[in-house]
Design a protein around this ligand. Structure first.
Ligand SMILES: Nc1nc2c(c(=O)[nH]1)N[C@H]1C(S)=C(S)[C@@H](COP(=O)(O)OP(=O)(O)OC[C@H]3O[C@@H](n4cnc5c(=O)[nH]c(N)nc54)[C@H](O)[C@@H]3O)O[C@H]1N2
Ligand SMILES: Nc1nc2c(c(=O)[nH]1)N[C@H]1C(S)=C(S)[C@@H](COP(=O)(O)OP(=O)(O)OC[C@H]3O[C@@H](n4cnc5c(=O)[nH]c(N)nc54)[C@H](O)[C@@H]3O)O[C@H]1N2
Ligand code: SF4
Ligand SMILES: [Mo]
Length: 682
């Protein structure tokens, strides 16, 4: 490769709504600089987050996995020996086939969510392999399951307001979303809208950075959004501010929703959420009087027992208040629905084997019948990101469980593997990735050579399928052909390919700045909004909008939330955050427990304990403490993270994770655990 620097066009597939278009500088086969591009995705606007800007330094970090490894010590110890790819793949194929033949395919469990993967490195040859092995199916529910169910049930996952169109709004409501960390390109857009006179409401238990600029900040107890939204709906009717005409034309379930909102007076909802009733009233004032008004609904809303109903109630607001039909009015949830792929799976039909909910991984490994005997973790750092970490860890420790971990770096999960496989990074393989905020589908070629022997998923799973004897080489399309197939599955294959040939990169979705109810309508069968969809009503325990009370007890009164931070994407890049991470707590809660800033504390409940330092913060509301998601074992004293305190109970819709239903107590650690440090892993 020549040494002259070249700028390669690429895209960021990480789990982030913004789907940035990147300009990558490559010198002598190595990435030396990554910048945000100005074309291919208007949202990027020439800048990117620091995680990806500093990526060049880390593509060859010491934590990168360079070669296949086989375990050479106890599970969890992290002792491995290098083996060849041939040896590794043969060992894996032999064990998978042996387990399938002796115990049936369901004894094999693939584990992946794939949020930070494109459409080539997830759900292609991996799907082919596990389907043909007759493996257990995995319900991919760790994120977006409740929001997805609600958005599909109500609107058929209609395209949302494009984030750049927020500049047209007169009111922006940011609900359970922290774009300053999780989708930074919205922040300057909100600022521009504010400069043009828009008002801003933030609904978040924490005083997130945007709350500092907000006209109104509602800080509810986690899990109490549904009462707030239902009370707002009730009040809109009471004031005669419901758009009855719009509802009659475009919605079903109008009366059912109204009945379910009826019990939630402003006073009752405010009491349940523990917010001042005057603030809730002010929210209704602002929402009723402003147009265009847009709601940015985030994923913080879903991660509790009421998450699905809460999202459904929030997404009902623009319908009831008649906020659609103008640019900058309506809502944004996930825009992944802008890309619709043919229902028929590209990689063969799904088998009818049992389905295991990924949020119950620990239970599946510890107790499933018939037992899981082979676990294949890829595109995931399961130990760091799944609820009930203690149970997951016990499962991974099983000596009779054959575990493969396929990753780019030596994660906490990889320490428990029998065989570890090294994966390429997104700049080192071909990828096809779709934005869920930005309306873009990116096709990118490898920009740099992988370090060591790292290989792309597509190739490795294809190779495994052949070695397991479940596929022949001629059945597996070359990568480029696979890209073409995915494009074809949109139904616009020819047009997209032509565009790709001309532009060579990022493809905008059809109608990329839609006005809801002008350019786009619900993708439900009757093209109407289903405010109380019968299928959701059947699924939610007690019916849609049946509120489940706060799980706090006298023993465990504090709500622990574990939202995203700007330092990692879920647990990705967690190896770079070496230092200890503190628990954040409001000074009043600390005073009530006699705790001081910087003290070492023990956070605990029935599921486990975390030992770390305490940081007092008035950004927390009393009664709510925070330890962020994505931590690795090296970030706390005892190696456990917030996930050790997160229950594996499920949300009302979609079988989602209830991370923010963790209820805990916090006490001084020093006297309790003098040897706590010896528990630390690694
Ligand atoms: N830098 C960075 N970016 C990311 C990620 C990351 O880890 N790091 N993760 C990516 C992924 S996987 C996702 S899903 C998205 C998620 O991005 P967001 O939608 O921002 O979701 P969270 O960070 O989970 O939570 C958002 C906010 O919800 C608040 N919250 C918690 N419980 C409740 C509640 O019950 N009600 C309300 N109203 N608010 C609540 C939290 O305090 C938090 O500020 O971000 C993506 N982008
Ligand atoms: N406590 C708590 N926990 C949470 C959450 C929370 O709010 N609170 N949020 C949850 C959410 S929103 C999500 S989306 C999940 C995400 O949880 P995970 O799906 O586990 O995502 P990551 O932690 O980002 O781990 C992705 C892993 O895949 C690897 N990887 C990336 N690309 C490739 C590839 O091409 N090939 C292979 N083989 N490996 C690759 C990365 O190196 C990384 O280790 O976490 C959840 N966990
Ligand atoms: S993580 Fe998000 S903000 Fe950062 S480069 Fe990727 S898409 Fe852009
Ligand atoms: Mo997520």
């Amino acid at each position: 490769m020549s040494g002259a620097p070249a700028v390669v066009r690429a895209a960021c597939p990480l789990d982030c709504p913004d789907a940035c278009s990147l300009d990558v500088t490559v010198e002598a086969g190595r990435v030396t600089k990554i910048e945000g591009s100005r074309d291919r995705n208007e949202l990027t606007a020439g800048f990117i987050c620091s995680k990806v800007r500093t990526l060049p330094r880390h593509l060859r970090a010491p934590e990168r996995l360079l070669h296949p490894l086989v375990r050479a010590g106890r599970k969890g110890e992290g002792a491995f020996e290098r083996i060849s790819w041939d040896d590794a793949l043969d060992r894996i194929a032999a064990r998978l086939i042996e387990i399938r033949d002796r115990f049936g395919g369901e004894a094999i469990l693939p584990y992946a969510y794939g949020g930070s993967n494109g459409l080539l490195s997830d759900g292609t040859t991996d799907a082919l392999l596990f389907r043909r092995l007759g493996a257990s199916r995995l319900a991919r529910t760790v994120c977006a399951a409740p929001t997805g169910r609600a958005a599909t049930g109500l609107y058929g996952k209609m395209e949302g307001v494009a984030l750049p169109d927020y500049v047209h709004a007169k009111l922006i409501v940011v609900w359970g979303c922290n774009p300053s960390a999780t989708g930074i390109h919205l922040v300057p857009i909100v600022r521009a809208a504010r400069d043009a006179g828009a008002r801003l409401v933030v609904v978040d238990p924490r005083r997130i950075p945007l709350a500092a600029q907000a006209d109104l900040h509602l800080a509810p107890r986690p899990g109490s959004d549904a009462p707030l939204a239902l009370a707002a709906i009730r009040e809109l009717y009471a004031r005669g501010a419901a758009d009855l005409d719009f509802l009659a034309r475009h919605a079903t379930g109008v009366e059912a929703l109204r009945q379910r909102a009826e019990p939630w007076t402003l006073a009752r909802a405010a009491a349940e959420a523990d917010v001042p009733v005057a603030d809730l009233e002010r929210f209704v004032d602002l929402y009723a009087e402003s147009s265009p008004a847009v709601i940015r609904c985030g994923w913080g809303v879903e991660r509790n027992r009421n998450g699905g109903s809460a999202v459904a109630a929030i997404l009902s607001l623009p319908a009831v208040a008649g906020k659609f039909g103008v640019r900058g009015g309506g809502y944004t949830m996930s825009n992944s629905g802008a890309w619709r792929f043919a229902a028929e799976p590209l990689w063969g039909p799904e088998p009818t084997t049992r389905t295991i909910n990924m949020n119950r991984l620990g239970e599946a490994l510890e107790r499933a019948e018939p037992p899981v005997r082979a676990l294949f973790v890829y595109n995931s750092n399961a130990l760091a990101t799944t609820p009930n970490q203690t149970s997951v860890r016990r499962g991974l420790e099983r000596e009779d469980l054959f575990t493969v971990v396929f990753d780019q770096v030596a994660t906490d999960t990889a320490r428990y593997a029998d065989v570890v496989l090294p994966a390429t990074h997104f700049l080192e393989h071909r990828e096809l990735s779709r934005g869920y905020g930005a309306f873009v589908l990116h096709v990118s070629e490898p920009a740099a050579a992988p370090p060591g022997e790292a290989r792309p998923n597509y190739e490795v799973f294809a190779e495994l399928a052949m070695r397991c004897g479940v596929a022949r080489a001629c059945e597996i399309p070359a990568e480029r052909e696979a890209v073409a197939r995915v494009l074809d599955a949109t139904g616009r294959g020819e047009a997209l390919r032509a565009e790709l040939a001309e532009r060579g990169y990022g493809l905008p979705a059809a109608g990329a700045r839609p006005v809801q109810f002008v350019d786009v309508f619900p993708h439900t069968a009757d093209r109407k909004i289903h405010l109380v969809p019968p299928e959701l009503d059947r699924e939610a325990p007690g019916g849609l909008h049946a509120y489940r009370a706060d799980p706090a007890t006298g023993r465990f009164p504090l709500a622990l939330v574990s939202p995203a931070t700007s330092r990692t994407v879920s647990s990705t890049f967690g190896h770079l955050r070496r230092g200890p991470v503190p628990l954040e707590m409001h000074p009043d809660d600390a005073a009530a427990r006699g705790l001081a800033d910087g003290e070492r504390v023990r956070i605990w409940n029935e599921l486990g304990e975390v030992i770390c330092d305490l940081k007092l913060s008035s950004a927390m509301r009393p009664g709510v403490v925070e330890l962020p998601k994505g931590l690795w074992s090296h970030n706390t004293v005892n190696g456990a993270t917030a996930n050790a305190l997160a229950p594996d109970s499920l949300t009302d819709l979609g079988g989602g994770a209830c991370f923010n239903d963790a209820r805990v107590e916090v006490e001084r650690a020093a006297a309790l655990a003098p040897d706590a440090a010896s528990l630390a892993h690694g």
